[in-house]
Design a protein around this ligand. Structure first.
Ligand code: SF4
Length: 362
């Protein structure tokens, strides 16, 4: 896991300047929860997620008013914009005209075959890929089992049915997502899908819930699939603040060793041996180093029993003593630091290392 060799080989798809699949770093996506017609609010949200490392942003285009807002959003967005469209072929053609970087659309929901052809032709001409997305909650009745529940095989067949419609008109610039609310169903469906096609896969646990419970559910479900080498781009779907989607996605990719762009703060749970107020130290170090665009490992350990070992494994770390801490940098014990200075010292050291690695903020 975590190595290029262990990752499933997929074809590459370009979403603006971001590559999905073909061995590219697993990209992080989010979706605006603003009204697309409120261009200022939508752009402000896009900038907010871009600042913390989002790679691709999606906006819903449910009607003509949203379509009319698209050109300015596309023009001013720092991220490639994906238009999320259901049922209406005219909105899809309009979004392509507005310059979006990708469409999220199910051709099987466009009832006129000629219109599917028109969309595929227009997308191909502009080099715009299409993501086909099947969700366990909205799959057609013929893909349900006798009890009315979607099956993994049914979800795969449903997705491939949409894919076939695009392939039939010569369009293969495709990303597929099968999303489910159950981790087991998500894993089973993606395992089968990965066996059957070489298209890159977009992963997500759908309707995961609010933060933080939705983050935990997503981490468990996405972790199971990603750890099998499957998944080329991810979206963590959470109700509420969209910046959480991006943070959680990076935490999941970081702990799996797949992609880390910001520091990880590891800290011990503390026990009777700890003689420091460790929690506020760990919280503050995490908060003050989160913006650094450098994959550092920072250890905040409560005592000298396990502390030095962990602190030595990290880029920088502290092993707590009595009212003080021992600072380690890349395996080397540097000096003793008073408890009240630990946060400042660790942050300063992290900034120095980040600067050396060439990335102070992302
Ligand atoms: Fe306890 Fe020390 Fe382990 Fe922290 S590092 S949990 S203080 S033994």
């Amino acid at each position: 896991m975590g190595t290029d060799d262990a990752r499933r080989k997929t074809q590459v798809v370009a979403v603006g300047n971001v590559a999905i699949g073909g061995g590219a770093p697993i990209s992080v996506q989010s979706m605006c929860n603003t009204k697309t017609t409120d261009v200022a609010a939508t752009l402000s949200q896009i900038r907010e997620v871009a600042e913390i490392g989002c790679d691709i942003i999606r906006v819903a285009v449910p009607d003509d008013a949203a379509l009319a807002a698209l050109p300015r959003i596309v023009q001013e967005s720092p991220l490639p914009v994906v238009a999320d469209i259901h049922f209406r072929w005219d909105l899809a053609l309009g979004a392509i005209g507005a310059g979006v970087a990708k469409l999220r659309l199910n051709p099987g929901n466009i009832n006129e075959p000629q219109r599917v052809k028109d969309i595929a032709h227009a997308a191909k001409e502009k080099g715009i890929p299409i993501r086909i997305g099947v969700n366990s909650g909205s799959v057609a009745p013929r893909f349900l089992d006798a009890d009315g529940h979607p099956t993994a095989h049914g979800l795969v067949e449903s997705a491939l049915g949409h894919v076939a419609l695009l392939e039939a008109v010569g369009f293969e610039d495709i990303v597929i997502s099968i999303k489910a609310t159950s981790a087991a169903l998500l894993l089973e469906a993606n395992l089968e899908l990965a066996q059957r096609v070489a298209y890159p896969l977009h992963l997500g646990l759908t309707e995961a819930g609010p933060y933080p419970s939705g983050a935990v559910r997503s981490a468990a479900a996405l972790g199971a699939v990603l750890s099998r080498g499957i998944g080329d781009t991810v979206r963590v779907s959470l109700t509420g603040d969209v910046t959480n989607e991006v943070r959680v996605a990076h935490w999941v990719l970081g702990i799996l060793g797949l992609r880390q762009i910001n520091p990880i703060v590891i800290s011990c749970p503390t026990c009777a041996r700890c003689k420091l107020q460790l929690e506020p130290i760990a919280q503050e170090v995490e908060r003050r180093t989160a913006h650094l665009a450098s994959p550092l490992k920072i250890a905040v350990m409560g005592c000298v029993v396990n502390g030095p070992g962990e602190a030595k494994e990290a880029d920088i770390g502290i092993a707590g003593g009595d009212g003080c801490g021992y600072l380690f940098r890349r395996g080397e014990r540097i000096r003793k630091v008073a408890e009240e200075d630990i946060v400042d010292v660790l942050v300063e050291e992290a900034e120095k290392l980040a600067m050396r690695n060439g990335g102070l903020s992302c």
